[in-house]
Each structure stands twice: as C-alpha cells, then as structure tokens.
Write a protein that binds this ligand. Structure first.
Ligand SMILES: [Zn+2]
Length: 97
C-alpha cells in the first residue's frame, strides 16, 4: 500500500501530481447541471449556500460553467457541513429568532 511513497519522481503524470497534492489542493465540489446535464467540479468560491429556517429553505446555488444556467439545489445537513467546512460563502436567511 505504501509503494506510492516515491512521489518526487520527475516527469510524473498530472494525475499523480494531484494525488500527491491532495492534502493542500483547494477544495472542490462535484456538481451537476440539470439543464445541460453537464458534470463538473466547482471551487468553493463558485458556490453559494443559503441556510433557511428549515431544511426546505436551505439550498446551495451555482452558475453552470457549461450553459450558464443558475442552478439551485436543496442542501441537507451533510451538504451544509461539507460546504461550510470547505469555505463556501454562507447566507443565513432566517432573521426572526
Ligand atoms: Zn448547464
């Protein structure tokens, strides 16, 4: 399992370079577009999270890099955790406490 310890090899492929950098690489989120059915990876800065009073009004949104559609999807607890932990800018919608 630890054969990959030889990571400083000149001429390594992009894939192995990324594998070696995994711990310091920027966080990206896999997303899909319901309009053009494109699949892509988005940086945290490309996503926005809006947290409402209930899970029904909690969602994340992004602009599809392929077709430009504004995509909005519901965000469950786990997704909220992932997005906030990954540095996605968060907007809290519920103001009445
Ligand atoms: Zn699209």
């Amino acid at each position: 399992m630890s054969e990959s310890a030889t990571s400083a090899v000149p001429g390594m492929t992009v894939a192995s370079a990324f594998a070696g950098m995994r711990s310091v690489a920027p966080v990206v989120f896999k997303a899909g577009c319901p309009d053009c059915r494109g699949r892509f990876e988005l940086a945290a800065s490309a996503l926005r999270l809006a947290i409402g009073a209930t899970s029904r009004t909690t969602f994340y949104s992004f602009t599809c890099p392929d077709c430009g559609a504004a995509v909005r999807k519901p965000a469950g607890e786990r997704i909220v955790e992932l997005l906030t932990g990954g540095g996605v800018s968060t907007l809290r919608l519920h103001s009445a406490l």
